[in-house]
Ligand binder design. Structure first.
Ligand code: GRF
Length: 231
């Protein structure tokens, strides 16, 4: 671990040092990320594109899907990224499944895990392997509308502003410390599809930004509050 102090205690303020400065010392110093998907993979594509255009200094070491037919797998293959299908049904328990994912990520020197439309809850076996090192993107301004169908929940509730959130994954569904958010106004003539499409545009900016912030280090958590490095 490259944390100063015990990084897994949310009650403490811990500063995370920059990654990439000493690649030989520890895998947590790498800029290698692992992306977990279940479907379309447009956020994966946003990460691939940001890396390709040089706005994100990272390397996607592996893309893992729990579904063999996830379209995102083709996006990864097209970009020359290693892919792996791990179907949760082939494992006896969530623990076994999470342990298998953790082993695959570790063996490739992954230091940061990005859930990008991964429709599985992450259990303690994976969380303990990557404390404060798993990100998720969610299509609402958390803590509003966690869980599935966030855009529909927002429309049904009649709110006027929603958005997207990237947060650190904890044991609480969509409940971890918030890294970055973007707001999206709700229009009177919105449908779930129209609103989702506008939120998705923001997601594709937000996820590369969040990964950049995490990999650059210098960020710290104070309770639930995430503070990025001073620039
Ligand atoms: C996104 O809306 C994301 O916020 C949510 O699932 C969707 C995944 O889309 N967690 P994609 O697979 O990245 O296109």
């Amino acid at each position: 671990m490259n944390t100063q102090g015990q990084g897994s205690d949310p009650g403490r303020s811990v500063t995370h040092s920059a990654t990439g400065s000493d690649p030989g010392r520890s895998i947590t110093h790498s800029r290698r990320i692992g992306v977990l998907i279940s479907g379309r993979g447009s956020n994966l594509q946003a990460l691939i594109d940001a890396i390709a255009e040089g706005s994100l200094n990272a390397e996607i070491a592996i893309v893992i899907s729990n579904k063999a037919d996830a379209a995102g797998l083709d996006r990864a293959r097209a970009a020359g990224i290693e892919t792996l299908v791990l179907e949760h049904r082939s494992f006896a328990s969530r623990d076994d499944y999470d342990a298998a994912i953790a082993a695959e990520l570790r063996s490739r020197g992954v230091s940061l895990v990005c859930l990008a439309g991964f429709m599985r809850l992450v259990g303690p076996r994976l969380l303990d392997e990557y404390p404060q090192r798993i990100l998720n993107i969610h299509p609402s301004l958390l803590p509003a509308f966690p869980g599935v169908d966030a855009q529909r929940q927002a429309l049904d509730h009649g709110i006027k502003v929603t958005g997207a959130t990237v947060h650190i994954v904890t044991g609480e569904l969509d409940g971890g410390p918030i890294v970055v958010q973007a707001a999206v106004p709700v229009r009177d003539d919105d449908t779930v599809e129209l609103l989702s499409a506008r939120i998705l545009i923001e997601e594709h900016h937000l996820y590369p930004e969040a990964v950049r912030i995490m990999l650059n280090g210098g960020w710290r958590l104070d309770g639930r509050r995430f503070f990025r490095a001073l620039e």
